[in-house]
Design a protein around this ligand. Sequence first.
Ligand SMILES: NC(=O)c1ccc[n+]([C@@H]2O[C@H](COP(=O)([O-])OP(=O)(O)OC[C@H]3O[C@@H](n4cnc5c(N)ncnc54)[C@H](OP(=O)(O)O)[C@@H]3O)[C@@H](O)[C@H]2O)c1
Length: 415
Amino acid sequence: MKQQVDVLPLGETPEVGAVPQRMQAMVVRPERYGEPRQAFALEEVETPMPGRHEVLVYVMAAGINYNNVWAALGTPVDVVAARMKAGEKEPFHVGGSDASGVVWAVGEDVHNVRVGDEVVVHCGVWDEDDPWIVAGNDPIVAPSNKIWGYETNWGSFAQFTKVQAHQCLPRPRHLSWAASAAYCLVGATAYRMLCGWPPHTVRSGDVVLVWGGAGGLGTQAIQIACAKGARAVAVVSDDEKGEYCKRLGATGYIDRRKFDHWGTLPDWRDTNAYGEWAAKARTFGKAIWDVLGDKRNPRIVFEHPGETTIPTSIFVCDSGGMVVICAGTSGYEASVDLRYLWMRQKRLQGSHFANDEQAAALNRMVAEGQVDPCLSRTFAFTEVGEAHQLMYRNQHPVGNMAVLVGAKAADQKEL
Ligand SMILES: NC(=O)c1ccc[n+]([C@@H]2O[C@H](COP(=O)([O-])OP(=O)(O)OC[C@H]3O[C@@H](n4cnc5c(N)ncnc54)[C@H](OP(=O)(O)O)[C@@H]3O)[C@@H](O)[C@H]2O)c1
């Protein structure tokens, strides 16, 4: 590893392979937990060094994801306290779970990338010696699995990030640095949800209901479903977002503001209240048929709002279909009318990020132009807090956002 100056000014690129001792990062500290705008601050911290099977990436751009809204708030998990309890010494969090950049240094026994390679980084990390993995099981289900840049330190909101070598994927060269940084977390998560749970893998002709169709996950889900020949119906909260989903390939959209039956189910013993809820859920189901011009129910429901929407998702899912869920943005209490689940033999499936093969499959779809990252807005590095603040308030633009770290605006290709 080449020696370098103590710290680099922001936006200045060092000689390839030269690693400064310290780096600039947008840091969260427990004493600043709260609204994202105030939680992130520019600080200088020590540059992490790659160990065995690890890689140091010079970050060109970093993607914005909801997980660092949670990290900034300090809830539902205090990420710094959790890591310090596990023996780590840094009393701060350098987040960021999406990156595009250049391999700057490699640790021992790294064979898949070399210094100078342009990469995107997926966010699944695990202990390769985990008995679950050694036994041949899916690593992203392993007890040791973590999300890099959320559950681990040294994410992409810094000039350099330390990653496991298997996280690195070839950067799609037709994209700008910012667009390259924008899609991997949400895209690979959506890919596993739609393609990772046989026999409920998305097929030609399937109807797929996509909550938050214009959001990070939703934009990727619509495109993946359409690329596989399915018909996507988006749910959104305004017409502009709905039209955007249609441009991505959705057959149509439902405006959720027209409904008010959200949240946990009324008590089934209260026949009036329950009947009222069921009538509204049926109207929602009819809205899906209206979009399709066909009385078909979704074989797959793509869920993440959670508490407010899960009763409706299970109600409208087709007999023998699957509701697949990766989050509970609106809350974690899922009430389910079990009668619909067992009598109509529906599946409620949890899903979390992706394994290497799934992340690589999604990356190929992006490289081949089947899936666009849907980058809508690019921020300056010091605006990491602002971008998360917009997301926290659901005031962010459609699609995905990124911040420029090493890349200059002039490096951007217009998409
Ligand atoms: N487990 C995983 O691996 C994983 C991976 C990625 C993301 N996630 C989680 O998934 C969630 C969504 O992430 P994202 O990147 O897609 O966020 P996003 O870009 O903010 O999109 C989410 C969309 O959900 C919709 N929404 C918000 N509140 C809602 C509600 N109460 N009812 C119905 N729809 C609602 C909004 O669209 P409208 O207002 O237009 O309806 C919003 O655009 C976050 O909680 C995130 O942490 C989990």
